[in-house]
Design a protein around this ligand. Structure first.
Ligand code: SAH
Ligand code: SF4
Length: 392
């Protein structure tokens, strides 16, 4: 059985042709899956019966197994998906006025091993497949549409951030078809500016993404100099700051936005001193010389979300504010990230899932809040899916 969530539209076209079907059938099929959330081939009324029979025999639309779901007081929802062999990944929905953001995982665990990150502390287990990346969106979008009573064409999710577990640019081959499905007008139809890849700085892959599928880019910097960044983000030893910022500048030549988002996790006594804010400002603003050209960017300061094993503390609010003021006064737009879903540990860097530990997944499943699982979608509506619209 092939899981059709694995394919972007062009790959689905190739697969359909292999089945002896014309390529335009792939677009119809793609729309059923990604615009209607349909998984029952029998209900895909505009496809020929012979094709539907073939699909039933050889394909499936397989979502992920929900191990648990938690809803925070502020409406944030965190799903834990069991991806087999003791691995689980987390996906977070963050509702805001006029938009809904889904934070998606790209790997079970992460090999980069940043000092301040719960995912990094678990080590790396494996890459998620394209189907597993897309299935997070597919599940959340259609589950939310059903719960919110949205009509066809109304979207629950307007923004995607690849800021869950894992380093997306270390799973490049599976990431790109997933991004294409998110952007496809026959799929989720998300704007390139509303899909963000966040990276710890895999320089060659930043260049490839620029050429293959430019979306909004966030760079997790966390330090103004290489000595400190080497400690916090070990990948810096391979791709130091100057190379990283140079690749970010190249990215801007094709990016859908004219700035890069710089993420900076505020760690008490580590990277939050006024002198470090000045150094960051100098680095990002540059001085107009070839040696120090700066980077058009916005800075997002993330108050560190603590977890037991880190041995690190969150910077006090006053220090975060002072740090932000230095950057602002220097002319760099700076925001301080509001922590969401605090009561369910759904904030940045707290997504741990469970990796390679069957007993703990089993325990967690047993403890999990019962989830209302949607019945297999088999509503027959007929006709073409409606063009995607915006939420009111
Ligand atoms: N691997 C990618 C994307 C996933 S992490 C990356 O590193 O960019 C998403 C964001 O959460 C990154 O900016 C990361 O630095 C930040 N983060 C990780 N651990 C955190 C923590 N404990 N508190 C606050 N932010 C954290
Ligand atoms: Fe990996 Fe990102 Fe966590 Fe670093 S911050 S360990 S790159 S998920």
């Amino acid at each position: 059985m092939v899981n059709l969530l694995q394919f972007d539209r062009s790959a689905l076209g190739d697969w359909c042709e292999q089945q002896g079907e014309q390529a335009f059938r792939a677009t119809q099929l793609f729309r059923w899956i990604h615009q209607r959330g349909e998984r029952d081939f029998a209900a895909m009324s505009n496809l020929a019966k012979s094709f539907r029979d073939k699909l039933v025999a050889s394909a499936e639309v397989a979502g992920l197994a929900v191990a648990s779901e938690q809803v925070a007081e502020d409406g944030t929802i965190k799903w834990l998906f069991d991806v087999g062999a003791g691995d689980a990944v987390e996906t977070v929905f963050i509702p805001e006025t006029g938009r809904g953001t889904l934070c998606i995982s790209s790997q079970a665990g992460c090999a980069v091993n940043c000092r301040f990150c719960a995912t990094g502390h678990q080590g790396f287990s494996r890459n998620l497949s394209t189907a597993e990346i897309v299935a997070q969106l597919w599940h959340a979008e259609f589950e939310l549409r059903r719960r919110l009573g949205l009509r066809d064409g109304e979207r629950a999710i307007t923004n995607v951030v690849m800021m869950g577990m894992g380093e997306p640019l270390q799973n490049y081959a599976n990431l790109v078809p997933a991004l294409r499905t998110m952007l496809d007008d026959h799929g989720y139809g998300l704007s390139r500016r509303r899909v963000t890849v966040s990276t710890s700085g895999v320089v060659p892959m930043i260049d490839r993404l620029r050429d293959d599928c430019p979306v909004a880019l966030a760079v997790s910097l966390h330090a103004p100099d290489d000595a400190l960044r080497d400690e916090l983000v070990p990948l810096n030893r391979k791709y130091p700051i100057a190379e990283l910022l140079a690749s970010a500048r190249r990215y801007l030549e094709r990016a859908p936005r004219d700035f890069i988002t710089i993420e900076y996790c505020m760690l008490d006594g580590v990277n939050d001193a006024p002198a470090q804010a000045e150094a960051l400002l100098a680095l990002l603003r540059g001085d107009g010389t070839a040696a120090n050209p700066g980077l058009p960017c916005k800075v997002n300061l993330i108050p560190f979300n603590p977890f037991a094993a880190s041995g690190l503390k969150r910077s006090p609010a006053a220090r975060v504010a002072a740090f932000a003021a230095v950057l602002q006064d220097g002319g760099i737009v700076t925001t301080i990230r509001r922590t969401r879903g605090d009561d369910i540990a759904a904030a940045c860097g707290q997504l741990a899932g469970e990796v390679q530990d069957r007993t703990r997944v089993a325990e967690r499943r047993a403890r999990a809040v019962p989830v209302h699982v949607a019945p297999p979608v088999s509503r027959r509506r007929g006709g073409e899916a409606v063009a995607p619209g915006r939420r009111p």
